[in-house]
Design a protein around this ligand. Sequence first.
Ligand SMILES: C[S@@+](CC[C@H](N)C(=O)[O-])C[C@H]1O[C@@H](n2cnc3c(N)ncnc32)[C@H](O)[C@@H]1O
Length: 273
Amino acid sequence: MNADAIRVAPSWLALREPADAEARARDLADALERALPASGSRVIHDLGCGTGSMGRWLAPLLAGPQHWVLHDRDADLLGLAAADTPGPAADGAPITVEAKRTDIARMHARDLAGATLITASALLDLLTAEELDRLAALCAGAGCPILLTLSVIGSVEITPADPLDRRLAAAFDAHQRRPTERGNLLGPDAVDFAVETFRRLGAEVLVRPSPWRLGPAHAALVAEWFTGWVGAACEQDAELAGQREPYARRRLEQARAGELAVTVGHADLLVLP
Ligand SMILES: C[S@@+](CC[C@H](N)C(=O)[O-])C[C@H]1O[C@@H](n2cnc3c(N)ncnc32)[C@H](O)[C@@H]1O
């Protein structure tokens, strides 16, 4: 694993799972079902599966027997994913799961051999351009549909607005694009990069907005997201540090009082060979 590999907390993934399920573009799942072979068992590779949230959302929307191959580099998350399996399928067909410790950036075509579908959720923005370029070529080479959900696009709207929001948002985006030992992360540029790359490879790409729309019903998620957002922004722009404490206190009070609404922009892509 790279020294700068970001570990994702299972508690964060658990907190965001219901909002992710609400946000993903349902019509792409319907288009996907139409694009998959009508019969036979479906072999689905989920890249960067975390605790398996994508499978729990998608498997019940697809018909027929499914075998999910869950890939992640984090053994603890893989263990949780294997223990909380999705299903059943839309028509009650059985679902099986296999967990594989994989570094997505170093996969080979043989790792995806026989895939009927490749998925990933909240992954693309964590990759570098070189990694995404290589991954796109591998996935396109598998010759099956690819569903890539919930990539951040760098748009955040917080209501009520605060004069500091724009500066924090800019610093957060810069943090998402930060240099690592693997190269600069794509962050909010990942969607445009992926669309262009897959189209260059000859695939059809459908793009849908899939924002989180968070309000009083998501108070715990808003507070956690907000704390991470401000923390990353201040790590990026040290001059924000002096304003951090009063801003965060103000915003978290609003969140606790159910007065804060946050829209975090994402996009979902369905790539058809
Ligand atoms: C933000 S989480 C999303 C997890 C899950 N897909 C979801 O939607 O809940 C990103 C996941 O990608 C994994 N990941 C990131 N880079 C990876 C890489 N190069 N190889 C394998 N897994 C990776 C992380 O370990 C983490 O589980």
